[in-house]
Design a protein around this ligand. Sequence first.
Ligand code: GUN
Ligand code: ZN
Length: 430
Amino acid sequence: MNTHTLLTGQTLTFQGDPFAEPWEDCVQINSAGAVLLHDARIVAVGDAASLKSAHPQADIISYGDDLICPGFVDAHAHYPQTAMIASWGKRLIDWLNTYTFPEEARFDDPAYSQSIAERYLDLTAANGTTTMASFGTIHPHSADALFEAVQRRGQCVVTGKTCMDRNAPDDLRDTAQSAYDDSKALIARWHGKGRAQYAITPRFSPTSTPEQLSAMGALWAENPTCLMQTHLSEQPDEIEWVRSLFPQARDYLDTYETHGLLGARGLYGHCVHLTPREIDRLAEVQGRVIHCPTSNAFIGSGALDLPELAQRGIPLGLATDTGGGSSFSMLRTMAAAYEAAQHHGHALHAAQLLWLATAGSARSLHLDHEIGSLRAGNFADIAVIDLKSTAAIAQRENRTGTVWEDVFATLMMGDDRAIRATWIAGACVT
Ligand code: GUN
Ligand code: ZN
């Protein structure tokens, strides 16, 4: 039986980090490229002509001038907020209380958790996203639901039960002990099983007592290969609230550090209003800053100066923050990242944006040895992008003659209509 498949088209490959070196030196598009798949993995990437002659038995799928990319990696999302995405009119704390918490309370029902997990994975696959780091709800079965759903799809996911023991409604609170016990049981059940990765998930400092943060820190120390995901410095009101709840803390980041929740496997969502000390400390420990630009615009959090953090050597990821973010699309998210950087006088190149949405996010999750780039040995998680997906995009005249001009227009104007195909673990799923 023939188990090799050759995808031909324009292939995007990385040789380095385009935030650390000139993008031309580390990001390439081969206009006559190909990716050879065998079972769940990529086995070769190169010129279409030579791979065709070396593998004459392979099934060939020709994508013409479409761009064959690594699948997108969404480094911060809340799958339980799928059904309340784009809720009107509130700033962060009001928005959480009015829309988010009532929706998350519905996850008390395991069947609802399962149905939203499936819906979320269908929507993200239609948008070319193949891996995500998602928060669950307070309910342990919300993490089970997403892990079970991705396991059926052969998909890689990072998730965890969200922990909150204060400043949340009665039906959305756990305790320091139950958060520890339930998270520990989930780690034993899921972490490292197939493509599942567990993230210890204290929602953010305002919804955890110091006792709960300490319990999460202890659990992380006992399970150092787990990731830890939370929120940091999203809005000024939130930062003020943290200051009043933790009067001894030097700053917001310190509320995590003093409880054992700062490290290179820590994923810190938003980070819009970091102080110089917080930036220094994140750079020192290589804590991951996860940029959520559609959410930062939508909830009015502000425009993160991403290039400044990149320059400091902080590893960065890109994320939708569904449903604080207003889109499931990493294309829309790249457009928002471009616009946020423009506020600070930086024009990110399409090569940098694509790297951020794939290899950069994969590195932020410590999964770059397996996903995030088209490389032999990696999982065959792939997004194929139509560079003329709508009339508005197709009518543009490419005045420079370089493919990057077309790629940039699709990053700025594209959405799920641009996703020609999504492959997960060697299977075409859309
Ligand atoms: N901070 C704490 N929880 C959340 C959340 O669900 N979404 C966003 N955007 N910020 C948060
Ligand atoms: Zn979030």
